[in-house]
Structures are given as C-alpha cells and as structure tokens.
Design a protein around this ligand. Sequence first.
Ligand code: HEC
Ligand code: HEC
Length: 213
Amino acid sequence: MRYNPPATLHAREAFLRIQIAFGVLVALVLLAVPARAGQGLPDPGTDREFSAKLTVCNECHGASGIRKNATIPLIGGQPENYLLKQLHDFERGDRRDEVMPWMAKTLTPPELGIAAAYFAKQQWPARSTAAASTPPPPGVAVCQACHAMDFVGARQADGTAAPRLAGQGYEYLVEAMRRFAEGERKNHDVMTKMMAAMSRADREAMARYLSGL
Ligand code: HEC
Ligand code: HEC
C-alpha cells in the first residue's frame, strides 16, 4: 500500500502541542530526583537515575522505531557526533524546538555524550514493508554527496556528520527541510541555503523518496 502523508500537518499542530506539553510534564516529574554528587560517569545499565532520563527520551523517540508521533525523528542508529551536535545546538539555542531544548538541559555535559553514544549504538529499524518506493527525484546526487549514496549518513571533511535520511519519517523530513528553508533552523548554513533554493513541492518529493528508502 502506498503511504499517504497527511495533508493537514498544520491542522494537527494544536493537538501535538498538548501532547508535547504532557510529555514535558511527565519528564519533569521523572527528573525531579536530585542528582547525587561525587559519582563517576553514569552507566545507563546500572545508574537508575540516568536510565530514567533515557526512558524519557524513548517515550517520544521510541525504542525500535515506534515513535510517539510522526513528527518525531528516529534517532537510534544516527552518527554519534551528529546526535551530540544536535543536543548541544538545542541546549545553546542554535536549534529551536518546543521540547528538545528542555530535554537537552536535563542532561549534564557528560550525560549528553553518553546519551548520544547510547542512541548511536542502537539499530536503525528495518525498512517497513509498507514504505513506498518512489523513483529518485532530480537533484538527488547533490544530497548524496554529503549524506552518502545510500543516505545512511556520512562523516564530513570538517569532522561533523551528515545524518542518515534513509527511512526517516516523511513528516519529520518535510518539516526539517521547511525549517531550514524558512530560516527557523539555523544550525547549518549550507543546508539552510540549499533548502531555501528548493520549492516546497520539490522538498516534499525529496522527503517522500527518502522516507521510502
Ligand atoms: C516530548 C517528546 C520528546 C522527548 C521526551 C524527547 N524528544 Fe528529542 N525530539 C523531539 C522532537 C519533536 C524532535 C524534532 C525537533 C525538530 O523538529 O526540530 C526531537 C529531536 C531530537 C534530536 C535531533 C534528531 C535529528 O534527526 O536531528 C535528538 C538528537 C533528540 N531529539 C534527542 C533526544 C534525547 C537524548 C532525549 C532525552 C533526553 C529526547 N530527545 C527527548 C521530541 C522529544
Ligand atoms: C554539503 C553537504 C550537504 C549537502 C550537499 C546536503 N546536506 Fe543535508 N545535511 C548536511 C549536514 C552536515 C546536516 C546536519 C546539519 C546539522 O548539524 O544540523 C544535514 C541535515 C539535513 C537534514 C536534517 C536531518 C535531521 O535529522 O534533522 C535533512 C532533511 C537534509 N539534510 C536533507 C538534505 C537534502 C534533501 C539534500 C539535497 C537537496 C541535502 N540535505 C544536501 C549536509 C549536506
């Protein structure tokens, strides 16, 4: 069956806000446990407090790819340094969102690193058989130059990483591209300029192709 992305993404925004507000409440209650001082680096396997924090992440991002809603990205299996950069960008305010800056601030600097490593080690979920395959849209080679031929992400010359796009959710991809295009997401100049140069229809076609990989 062909996957039809909802046409009414913005109509669902109000509902989403309520869901997100609830998510934050749950998170704050869980995180109200005071930090214990004088310990070494937390181990998600044995440190209950830290593993409770990671459980909060999984509430939305989902273990094995089951996310709370379609606008939330898959993060398990992304390059570690990509994840860490995003967490820092959210924390510093270079990347805006209603929830993620709060989330990033609940982790101490060493915990940010461990969380990035933890999610990077997870397996990207297997391609769903329901995912639609569409022919590659024109201009795809430009994207492959940085995101890798098969779009699984790649290390860049400057040491940063281009994220995996193959199999990422359509709704998230199209919204991420819109945010770059309209200057809401400012944490990568090249991406901002490239997305601004693409029409909305081209961005949608690209997102549809990438989500079906
Ligand atoms: C209430 C839901 C929610 C919770 C809880 C949550 N996230 Fe997120 N996360 C999101 C959403 C929504 C986005 C996408 C933001 C955007 O569109 O820019 C996101 C984006 C991200 C990204 C960027 C992914 C990418 O592909 O660029 C990372 C990394 C991330 N979250 C890590 C975490 C970690 C680590 C935690 C736990 C400390 C966490 N998140 C908790 C909702 C959540
Ligand atoms: C010059 C290298 C380069 C090229 C070319 C490029 N990208 Fe990117 N892209 C990146 C990097 C690096 C990031 C991560 C930016 C950051 O740090 O937030 C990124 C991020 C993204 C994201 C956000 C993913 C997420 O998880 O939030 C999307 C979507 C994306 N690129 C789509 C594309 C598409 C579509 C094209 C082709 C039209 C393209 N990119 C071309 C380097 C590139």
